[in-house]
Structures are given as C-alpha cells and as structure tokens.
Design a protein around this ligand. Sequence first.
Ligand SMILES: Cc1ncc(C[n+]2csc(CCOP(=O)(O)OP(=O)(O)O)c2C)c(N)n1
Ligand SMILES: [Mg+2]
Length: 608
Amino acid sequence: MAQALVRFLTAQKTIVDGETVPIFAGVFAIFGHGNVAGMGEALYQARETLPTYRAHNEQSMAHAATAYAKAMRRRRMMACTTSIGPGATNLVTAAAVAHVNRLPLLLLPGDVFANRRPDPVLQQLEDFGDGTATPNDAFRPVSRYFDRITRPEQIIPALARAMTVLTDPADCGPVTLALCQDVQAEAYDYPASFFEERVWTSRRPRPDEDELAAAVAALKAARKPVIVTGGGTLYSQAEDALAAFAGKHGIPVGETQAGKSAIAVDNPLGMGAIGVTGTAAANNMAEEADLVLAVGTRLQDFTTGSWALFKADTHRIVGLNTQPFDAAKHRALPLVCDARVGLELLSSALGDWKAPAEWTQKAVSGRQDWLKTAARYTDASNAELPSDAQVIGAVQRAGKPSDIVVCAAGGLPGELHKLWQAGAPGGYHMEYGYSCMGYEIAGGLGVKMAEPDREVIVMVGDGSYLMANSEIATSIMAGAKLTIVVLDNRGYGCINRLQRATGGESFNNLLRDTRHDVLPDIDFAAHAASLGAHAVKVKSLAELEAAVTAARGHSRTSVVVIDTDPLESTDAGGAWWDVAVPEVSQRREVEAAHAAYVQKKTLQRVGD
Ligand SMILES: Cc1ncc(C[n+]2csc(CCOP(=O)(O)OP(=O)(O)O)c2C)c(N)n1
Ligand SMILES: [Mg+2]
C-alpha cells in the first residue's frame, strides 16, 4: 500500500510557467516503527523521482512544507510522513498552521495496527471506551480532510479526495491520511489506472451574474471606497489585476499580513498594512470608508481592528473570495470567484467609473505622510539597544528588491507589517494566521526550497528561536542557505508590552521578570555555530548592516544576533485590538485598563 501511495504521488503533476512538473516537490520524513518499514521502503524506491528530506523535528518539517506551498502560491506542495504516537502528534500544531492559512499540506502519520493483534504497541494510547480512537484523531479539527487507512484499497478513493482538497482554491488546506502500520505493508492488486499521470491546474471560478451586478452597483454608489487585499490575491497571482483595478478606479489599497507584497511599494495608491498593525495611511482611509472591497481575505481581527476599524455607519463590504464562507462574512455582499477573474470582470463592468478625485488624492497624500513618519522609526541610529524598527531599517538597507523576509510571531510581525518595504510580490512571507512561534526558521527553509534564487532573510525573536531552531542544521544539510537575524530582547517582549497595556505587572515574559535561580545569558551565536551556521553577534546597527550584506556572499546559512530593546515599538499607525481585560482585580492598573477597555468596546460593531 505504501509503495502504491508513493507511486500515485509521483504521478500527480501540475503546470508551472508552462512546464509540467510534479505537484509534490518532495517528502519530509522522520521515521519510526510506525512508518520506517512501509513508507520508508516505498520512499527509498522512489528516491530519484520524489526526493525524501530528513528533518529534525516533525512540527518544524511540516512548517517547512507549508511555507514551501505558500511561497509556491499553492501551485506545488510537499508531503510529510512520521511514525505513530509522538512523531504523529508533533505534526498537529503544524496542521493547524496550514489549516488557518488555507495552505495545501499532505500529512501521512503512521497509525495503530488495523488488525490489532499486537495491541497495545509502543506509543499506542488506549481509550477505555472507544476502540477506534487513536492520537491521530487529534488531526480531525485541523485537517480539511482526515481519513484513517485501515484497508489497502481505501487509498484509491482517499487519495483522489485528497488531491481535490489540496488543489481546490476554496477548500485548500491540510489533508491527513493516517496510515495503519500493518496496512502500509500489505499487498493489493491496484488497477493500472490508479497510477496514470494526472495534471492538476488551478481553477479560476467565475462569478455569478447577479452577485457581480450587485457588487458593481455597490461600488458605483460608493464615495469613499477602499480595497483590502489578502493572501487570496497572491494565490490567484492577481497582483497586476489589482494594481490595474486600483489605478483605473482610483481606489486605495490596504494589505493584510498574508496579502502584503501584492502592491508595489511605489504605487501611489498602496497604503501599506491595514488594521491593528496597519499604517496611519491605510487606517485613516478605512475609518472613513463607505465601501470595503475585501479581496481574498479572511477578515481576521487584526485586519478589521476587532471590528472597530471601519467606522462609517453606512459602510458596506463586498466580499470577493473563492470561499463562500469568507465572501459572506459580516453581512458582506458576496462575490464568489477567483480574485483575478473577479477584479477584471468588476473593472470592465465599472467602465470609466472612478472614486471621487478628492478621496483618491487624500489617499495619495496620506501615503506620503506615512512614509515620512515610518522613516523616522527605521532610520540609521547609534542607539545602544536598538528597537525592532531600527533593526528592520538596517536589514532593509542591506537588502535587495528580490529578497524574501520570513517571520511569524513576536513583536516583529507588527513592525514588519507596518514598516517592511517588500520589493516584489512574494517578498513578504508572514505566517500570521496562526502566528506560530517556531515557524520562522523552518518556514525559511521551505521558502528557500521554493525560491532557491532569491535571498531568504528570516527575522526571529529570541523566544521563537529557542522554541524551534533545529532546522538550521537541515538548511545546511539541504544547501538551502538562509540569513537569520535574531533579535535578542531577552524574553517575550511583545507579550510583556501587551501585559502592561492590559494593566498587568511585568510578569513571566521577560527573562528578568521570571522565577529563576540564574538569569540566563544565552549565547545565540555560539548555539547557531554549533549547528553549523556562520554566526556572529553584532554590537550596532552599522555592524548589523555589514553582517547581513556579508551573509549574501556566504553559501551556508548565517545567523546574525543583535541585542534589542524589549520595551520599544512603533507607536505611529495601528488600531485597537480586542484583548479581554479582567473586570475584577486588586490592582488599580487593571481597573483603569478595564475602564478604558469598556470604552473601546463601544466602537466595536455588533451585528456587522
Ligand atoms: C507556539 C506559540 N506559543 C505562544 C505564543 C504566544 N506568543 C506570541 S509572541 C510570544 C513571544 C515571542 O517572543 P520573541 O520571539 O522573543 O519575540 P518578542 O515578543 O520578544 O519580539 C508569545 C509567547 C505563540 N504565538 N506561539
Ligand atoms: Mg524576545
């Protein structure tokens, strides 16, 4: 069965830039008794056509596979196979990342013996009341499609179903096929048709005529329209259509975390980031907007300012999305279709219609003001303990337009969202659906595998680095060179700031505020060097710029470490975010924060 499964995977193709290529670029594998004999032997046989990569941590390897698919704009993907038990459940968090971010990922964890003869095997949990339950049931809520293969012929319908989910623009997400150990090793006479080559191409659904007409009418009635562009625009490769649409109709564009880099940094209507970590340019327009054209976005709370950002009573949302669930969120007028097709059809139906000139002009000048403001935060400085923003400025000055920055959690995502200037589409790779600490380095590996000719710069806090760094060694093994900038502010800086902002005492976030016998003084450069990386600790922003420039010349992964200020963040721009503050506390600071919170909640739209 495992051999048939692998042979099936090698026969699945897609077309990228006119060339037919395997849709599965490879398999990440960590073997154990749950997969080494079955899947291991199958992957060995196929090693020339379907490369197998050995990683160091199952969660991390699945992050790498997810990042690969995101960087490939969902056109190609990878599979991950693990043993039973801990190897399998180590994948669950990564499955959630792919699920939230709507990214294709094929997970093939080992599972218990279907014949149950040797039960309980090593690492098998026993449920006293349910003979069918295994730890792999934990994948159910974090898989778009979950199946347990208990007979060899079940892979025939299961893999067909898996492929439709993995390649569907609306349903796309992780597929988990839990492979019972004995069944992996069983023989079955599969039909030859099962192994025939199949080419999967991206579907571009066209809109319903009535929905299109309603969206056109809503836009034509708008006086203050804005566009919010999300990851869907990039997956649809609709960035040219978006720029043409915005330009022709004079509509400013705000980008979500997943959507950033779709609009060129010098586009006068590119307002940059929108929402909680948005620019003042984007958020000022959003506050007044009477129509929000939401393209390819899930409208998560960071985008909508927890539903307090769009302040105009009359505002209306048009939800242009391949997924009806997203398209109709918050009473939006749904326009269910592909982003590129939808924008093109909307534009031709709108004809010469343009937003009022003073609205467009307001956007253009708001953008210029913001760029001046942002530069104040990112400019070179001699600061002894620089801010994240100043580090971003230095990395950016050492960068090239083709670079890809990778990040996921901590204070950096907010700072990068506001301040990073993405030089080209796909140049900003942020996992901010699940914002999973530990994604950064592993994700960088996957991005580099997808884009070997572009420089991949991972920006990561000390906390995320410590949570997952072992794929530095994998990146060196795989020749997938990364430049990793570690911002060491000695703790969970952003959560400490959030704690303070919600009235809390600094507690259990920065290392100095923890219960400890010895305050750790971690030598990140020595750690990274021990994994095989070029590693250097720099003492100033100027040294950082030089080290990032030097890293370009290295063929091996580099780690550059800099101490940063845990208390500083960019106070310009931004919007309110709903984080619940206790109603009752013995601390006056919490009571004050709660009173302010209650005030802010009055701005939140209920029922929209
Ligand atoms: C796996 C995981 N655990 C916990 C969190 C909650 N969390 C978000 S940011 C953060 C701190 C990150 O610390 P660091 O990487 O040093 O970045 P900093 O906040 O200092 O910028 C925590 C604990 C998370 N996002 N992911
Ligand atoms: Mg930190």
